[in-house]
Design a protein around this ligand. Structure first.
Ligand SMILES: [Zn+2]
Length: 231
């Protein structure tokens, strides 16, 4: 169990990782639930590159701002309503990742073509409605589309990820963009002919997912991504 200060540091770092990895630019945000409560930490309304552990806001699943100075990001409803719907979720990422946007635009669902992509073997649904998620109702619609999954695409917009903690959700956001980018590259190599691709079977994906989701590789991935923003 991480303490509150460490969690704040991790949330700020996760946001800066998303920026360093090109998953976001001026917009996007990663949040983390406070313990088992209905409250979560989320950056103020500015680029994730500027996320500051000391200035994170505390909000709740009803969208109330409880602590902190500053304005919340207007799409906080994505986070609030996913936490409300999923007691198992400890962190949420909302990114505007370019390969994810492209994949959603060409009507392709994510295929498991490489090891990190196996993390998404349960499927990555597409939320087809365009525009920002700026209401409780839209937040609920997004949470419903995500269902029990860990990732979804938003058409023309980006992706949402939900997982047990903020370190894993940041790593998964990087993995999802990597998987989407590799899929686009593979599609280009076969001139869009998906019959020439050989996605992992459900059994293969489950096997590899167990390997790359184990604590040690996830710790190593977090160590790697965070080292890029700290130095
Ligand atoms: Zn957005």
């Amino acid at each position: 169990m991480v303490d509150a200060d460490e969690l704040r540091q991790d949330v700020a770092l996760a946001n800066r990782i998303a920026h360093q990895q090109g998953l976001v630019s001026a917009f996007g945000h990663i949040s983390a639930r406070l313990g088992d409560s209905d409250r979560f930490l989320i950056p103020t309304r500015s680029s994730p590159a500027l996320a500051d552990a000391r200035r994170l806001l505390v909000m709740d699943t009803d969208g109330s701002l409880l602590e902190g100075d500053g304005e919340p990001n207007t799409e906080f409803w994505i986070h609030a309503r996913i936490y409300a719907a999923r007691a198992d979720v400890g962190a949420v990422a909302h990114v505007h990742a370019p390969a994810c946007v492209t994949l959603g635009q060409i009507g392709q669902s994510l295929l498991v073509l490489h090891n990190a992509g196996a993390s998404f073997a349960d499927g990555v649904p597409l939320f087809a409605r365009v525009g920002l998620i700026r209401s409780r109702e839209l937040g609920d619609q997004v949470a419903a589309r995500l269902g029990q999954g860990r990732a979804m695409l938003l058409r023309g917009h980006g992706a949402n990820l939900a997982d047990r903690d903020v370190r894993s959700v940041a790593v998964l956001a990087c993995f999802l963009e990597e998987a989407a980018a590799l899929q686009l590259r593979a599609l280009a190599a076969v001139c869009g002919d998906t019959s020439r691709l050989t996605p992992y079977s459900a059994e293969e994906a489950a096997h590899v997912r167990g390997q790359n989701q184990a604590p040690r590789p996830m710790r190593r991935a977090w160590e790697y991504y965070s080292s890029l923003v700290q130095h």
